[in-house]
Write a protein that binds this ligand. Structure first.
Ligand code: ZN
Length: 131
């Protein structure tokens, strides 16, 4: 399984992430990011993510191997820095990890590498037919 370098996220996918984060708040939501041709286009929402981040990690352990670019989850506050649990989650999946914080707008999310460093993730206007 080779993970291509991620060059961005589809605008529609980011909008979906922010809307789900908003509707789930104050609970957290978590999912996996799937990419096609280096562009994140799909979110696989993990079951049982209304509970703590620890249980989200445990669900991740139980998932069959699928091609994933990274992870996404929400925070109920504007603090979008990765927690210790987040870094453990990051280490299990790819190299592109989105945290969406309150108020879940275009400026209240960040992307991180597996090590928790900031990662630039361009938002791309893609035609899904072309991906
Ligand atoms: Zn977190």
């Amino acid at each position: 399984m080779s993970i291509k370098e991620i060059r961005g996220i589809a605008r529609d996918t980011l909008t979906f992430i922010l809307e789900v984060s908003k509707s789930t708040a104050p609970n957290e939501f978590a999912g996996l990011l799937r990419a096609e041709n280096g562009v994140i286009t799909e979110v696989v929402v993990l079951p049982g993510t209304e509970s703590s981040e620890v249980s989200a990690v445990m669900h991740l352990f139980m998932m069959p191997t699928i091609s994933i670019a990274g992870s996404v989850h929400s925070h109920p506050t504007p603090n979008v820095r990765p927690s210790r649990h987040d870094l453990a989650l990051f280490a299990r999946t790819g190299n592109c990890h989105i945290i969406a914080g309150f108020p879940y707008d275009e400026r209240s999310w960040r992307c991180y590498t597996v090590n928790g460093s900031r990662k630039n993730l361009p938002v791309l206007d893609v035609d899904f037919e072309d991906v």
